[in-house]
Each structure stands twice: as structure tokens, then as C-alpha cells.
Design a binder for this molecule. Structure first.
Ligand SMILES: *Cc1c(COP(=O)(O)O)cnc(C)c1O
Length: 384
């Protein structure tokens, strides 16, 4: 049996000597935060790598959402997806904005534009869609709705690092797109995040907001907060960015290894045909929640710890106003499991994980032998 734990993600720590050299520099200058040289360098390098302008580094992805809402003057209600990490919704609530859910497309797991339009009320000021697992939302349809009703759009692109849509950065859509650079994400700065604004004037406004609204030694011009990225975070980011190509290539190998073993047994997310894959997650959709729970338990017994991303569906949160049940999101949330993926996951471990899943299918196949001998045969044949 496998003795070390295999978690859903494993933080990539870059070359130690290189990181140490950055830290030495910080010990020399003692400039450790407040728009220091590494934050400025990382900003420029990320804009170039991602192919975007108006990028602002911040302390984490959740603050990135809050700063984006504040910058764009979002109030009242915002239409968002129930199928996301809780921060998408909780950040709205913290900003005094009421989240109103629009259900997802059951294939792509992203918010369905048809449901967005149905959820619009006189209070609606914004749309907050999520590029779930790095899959692009239907950006053209969403941008058209935003335009038609005069709404702002903030995309939660926490998973969309490096994703291109029709040859250009996906992060360019909407009034702003946020990213998370948390240690568990594809690219990281330990904790951290960024906002990509469409307009330069919004970037300038947000720069003030993340630094207490301070505009000069004796000048405070707006109700700011503290959301600055510090130099140690930026140093980590510069080192990880040097290795991002290798990280993505290795993750691709893991991703395709899973796919080759599992593609005939589990359902996968339908990906937008106009994007590249950044291999940030390996989500699999089981037929029932019972099947998921069985398989999760078997994996846990082998010290494998996948995660139920995203569960529960956010329309079930107790602290929200009573919500209409988002039926598709609840169904997907109950059956989806993200398998461990990181750049250096061992092929033997991938096979062990897949065999555990396949064995569960074989077992179920046997149980159903009376019902349908044909189906059992199909499932069994996967092992031969
Ligand atoms: C990780 C994540 C966030 C929050 O980012 P932090 O950097 O952890 O604050 C927001 N939205 C989604 C979809 C995420 O996955």
C-alpha cells in the first residue's frame, strides 16, 4: 500500500538557490513591501507572459474580487454561479452585494447565459461568472448581455492562468478578470492574486484602493483598504514563473495519463473548443453521489485525498437569503471529484488511483450482473 499521502494538489516550490538570491537582495535593501522592485518586475513579466495590460498584483484572489467590485462601483445585486469556490459568493456578501444565482450548463459547468438573462432585476448591476477549472465561459454571449443591460462583468479567472481564447488571453474579457495565486493554484506566490482591468483608469483607481486610498504623503482620496502584495510573495512568483513552462508540460503528461485510463468510464467536463488546456484540475463526474462516496473512501484507504470541488453548491449556503434551488449545480456538485494533479505526480501513483476507480466499477458491474449482463461485460472488458 501507498505510504505517503497524495493530496489533490501539491505546492510547487521552485529552485531554492534562485529563491535565496532574491531573499538576499531583500535583506540588502530592506524594502519588503509597498510596491517594491519585485512586485513591479512580476507585474511586467506577468503582463508579458499572459498577453494582457492593466494588471494589478494584490494580496490574494479573494481581495482581488473585492477590489474589482469596489473599483467598478458594483452594488445591489450581482448574478453569479452557484458552482464555484465559496470565495466567489462570500466576497460579494462582504462587499454588501447580494449574490443572485444563475444555474450552470451541465456539460461545461460554467454559468449559462440564458439563465443570467432570466435572473436580471432592476437591482442588478453586475455579472460575476467563473471560468470553472480553466474552461472558458461563453464570453461573447455574456459580454453581449452585459452591454444590453448596462451591467459590469467581473470574471473569476482563479483557474484561468495562461488560458487563451481564440488566440488571445481569456483574461481580457469583461471589465475585469481576477486570478488567484494561492499555493494550490497553477501559478502561485504563496498567497496572492491579480486583477486584469479592461481600462487603465480602473487600474489607477484600484491602485489607490489597495493602499488605504493614500495618494501621497498627506493625501487620502478614497476609502481604501490594504490589499498589497509583498516582496517575498513577488519573489516566489518570479521564481515559479521561470519554471511555469515545465510545470504545465508535466501537468499535461499527468492529465493525459489519467485521460487514457479513465476516459471510457467517467464523464469529463466539455471544454470550450477555442481554448488551450492549462491542466489545472482533473475533475471527473460519477454517475451518482453514492458511487463518488464509495470511490472516495477507497482512495482515502490508499492515502489518496481527492477533493469534492465544488461541493456544496453555493445556493445551499445557510448565510444567504433563501435561494431558488439551482438544480443542475446541485446535481453536478454531488457527483464531481477532482483527482490529485501536480507537475510531478508519479505514473505509478496515477495508475494506482485509476485502478482503484476502475476496480470500483468492476465491482458495481458484478452487482448489476443480473440486471444487464451486457453492461457488466463492457465494464469487465476494460480490465483485459
Ligand atoms: C482559489 C479561488 C478563489 C480564491 O482565491 P484565494 O487566492 O485563495 O483568495 C476564488 N475563486 C475561485 C474559483 C478559486 O478557485
Amino acid at each position: 500500500m501507498n505510504s505517503k499521502n497524495i493530496n489533490v494538489t501539491k505546492t510547487h516550490l521552485p529552485d531554492r538557490e534562485k529563491f535565496d538570491a532574491y531573499i538576499d537582495r531583500l535583506y540588502e535593501t530592506a524594502w519588503v513591501t509597498n510596491n517594491g522592485e519585485f512586485v513591479r518586475e512580476l507585474t511586467a513579466r506577468l503582463e508579458e507572459y499572459l498577453g494582457v495590460e492593466n494588471l494589478l498584483l494584490v494580496s490574494n484572489g479573494t481581495m482581488a474580487l473585492q477590489i474589482a467590485y469596489k473599483t467598478l462601483g458594483i452594488t445591489g445585486q450581482a448574478i453569479t454561479t452557484p458552482f464555484s469556490f465559496v470565495a466567489t459568493t462570500s466576497s460579494l456578501v462582504w462587499g454588501g452585494i447580494e449574490p443572485v444565482f444563475a444555474d450552470i450548463n451541465p456539460k461545461t459547468f460554467c454559468i449559462d447565459p440564458v439563465n443570467i438573462e432570466k435572473a436580471i432585476t432592476p437591482e442588478t448591476t453586475a455579472i460575476v461568472p467563473v471560468h470553472v477549472f480553466g474552461n472558458a465561459c461563453e464570453v461573447e454571449a455574456i459580454d453581449a448581455i452585459a452591454k444590453k443591460y448596462g451591467l459590469k462583468t467581473v470574471y473569476d479567472g482563479a483557474h484561468a492562468f495562461g488560458v487563451k481564447y481564440k488566440g488571445e488571453s481569456l483574461l481580457k474579457h469583461g471589465d475585469a478578470t481576477i486570478m488567484s495565486f494561492h499555493a494550490t493554484k497553477l501559478f502561485h506566490t504563496i498567497e496572492g492574486g491579480a486583477i486584469v482591468f479592461k481600462r487603465k483608469e480602473d487600474l489607477e483607481k484600484a491602485k489607490l484602493l489597495i493602499n488605504f486610498g493614500i495618494n501621497g504623503p498627506d493625501s487620502i482620496v478614497c476609502e481604501g483598504i490594504n490589499a498589497k502584495m509583498n516582496e517575498f510573495q513577488a519573489a516566489m512568483g518570479l521564481c515559479v514563473l521561470d519554471e511555469i513552462g515545465a510545470i504545465i508540460n508535466h501537468r499535461a503528461e499527468v492529465w493525459y495519463h489519467y485521460a487514457s485510463l479513465l476516459k471510457d468510464v467517467v464523464e469529463m467536463q466539455e471544454r470550450n473548443p477555442h481554448i488551450n488546456n492549462n491542466y489545472i484540475y482533473y475533475p471527473v463526474l460519477f454517475k451518482t453521489e453514492d458511487e463518488l462516496l464509495q470511490i472516495k473512501e477507497e482512495l482515502n484507504n490508499n492515502n489518496v485525498f481527492p477533493r469534492r470541488y465544488f461541493y456544496p453548491s453555493l445556493d445551499t449556503l445557510d448565510y444567504l437569503q433563501p435561494q431558488n434551488a439551482q438544480v443542475i449545480s446541485r446535481d453536478i456538485a454531488s457527483r464531481i471529484l477532482c483527482l490529485p494533479i501536480d507537475a510531478w505526480l508519479n505514473p505509478n501513483d496515477i495508475e494506482m488511483i485509476c485502478n482503484t476507480i476502475l476496480a470500483e466499477y468492476q465491482f458495481e458491474g458484478e452487482l448489476q450482473a443480473d440486471e444487464s449482463s451486457e453492461r457488466t461485460f463492457v465494464r469487465r472488458s476494460l480490465f483485459t
